[in-house]
Design a protein. Structure first.
Length: 318
């Protein structure tokens, strides 16, 4: 979502306070409006069809729990009453439910499934399948939490241009940290907006590599040219960093492929939208890896057409 006038004004005020106003155009380019998700109490007694994370979902009577037929039932993550948010690509009424499989490893995609139920469809609260049939034994007891949504600004901190600006001036490191703290709060998730990892992983880059069947290259170092790659090996060797030399040489084929396919990767990465992020949190009793977040992604084109069949997800392990 694009920033509105008030959000642009707030962002500009923050940049002025840090002496970064001359870079306002760049910051606005990498910023998106989002909804921060805050817990507002236990959700077990919440009304049918209300926004809630964890617990038992509200579903149409004839809806089959995802994966239950294969005895690999998905984990119910959240349901969002669309009257609580405003998004051009989504209707003003209805219930969006999200599910996942496989949150074990940051190196692997997470299976994500979403269903949009029309506001006129009767719903009923559904108990989960037997824990032995669930895909993840560690996520079978998520506590129901009632949530509220607050519109906010999300900054794409891992954008190459913003990263380049930070690295160009040592004074910017502290300024960037202070700006990040400005946007930190007690939220347990984010609806829409930019997907930003805590460990510097470019999640959109990973999504593009998945599409190209090149996930084995997601941790390979990125260079502008093979000349710069060869120079990095020389410098590492000169400085006695043999581990770096070994790592660079091991990733040579990936480095070459990434350079040759730079434009295609960037194009594919730009097609994805973060639909939902859920942080590990005490309220839900949700703990992923080292208390890391789960990101649910959808192609922008699919979101516009309300087609949720080709979603995917990522978890971190930082």
């Amino acid at each position: 979502m694009k920033l509105n006038d008030d959000e642009r004004s707030r962002l500009h005020q923050i940049l002025v306070s840090e002496g970064l106003e001359r870079h306002a155009e760049l910051f606005e380019t990498v910023s998106e409006a989002c909804y921060r998700v805050f817990p507002v109490g236990e959700g077990e007694s919440s009304s049918i069809g209300s926004s809630r994370f964890g617990g038992e979902p509200d579903l149409p009577k004839d809806f089959l729990w995802p994966g239950e037929e294969d005895e690999e039932a998905a984990i119910f993550l959240a349901q969002i009453n669309l009257s609580d948010v405003t998004c051009e690509e989504l209707p003003r009424e209805g219930l969006l439910s999200l599910w996942c499989w496989g949150t074990d490893a940051a190196a692997d995609p997470v299976g994500v499934e979403a269903h949009l139920f029309d506001g006129s469809i009767p719903l009923e609260r559904r108990s989960a399948p037997d824990p032995e049939e669930m895909c993840d034994e560690y996520l079978t007891e998520l506590e129901p939490v009632k949530v509220r949504f607050e519109r906010a600004i999300s900054l794409g901190w891992d954008h190459p241009r913003l990263d380049g600006l930070r690295n160009a001036n040592d004074d910017y490191y502290e300024a960037f940290d202070r700006i990040k703290k400005t946007f930190s709060d007690t939220a347990i998730g984010q609806f829409l907006g930019a997907a930003v990892s805590w460990d510097g992983t470019n999640l959109y880059h990973s999504l593009a590599l998945e599409v190209h069947d090149k996930l084995d290259c997601q941790y390979a170092p990125i260079f502008d040219s093979m000349k710069n790659y060869e120079q990095a090996i020389v410098e590492a060797s000169k400085n006695g960093r043999e581990w770096r030399v070994v790592d660079l040489k091991r990733n040579k084929s990936c480095v070459r492929w990434l350079i040759e396919n730079h434009d295609a990767i960037a194009s594919e990465a730009s097609r994805w939208q973060c639909l939902l992020r859920i942080d590990s949190n005490e309220e839900m009793n949700l703990w992923i890896n080292d208390a890391d977040p789960l990101f649910c992604f959808i192609r922008k084109q699919d979101l516009a057409s309300r087609d949720f069949r080709r979603m995917t997800g990522r978890v971190l392990q930082s």
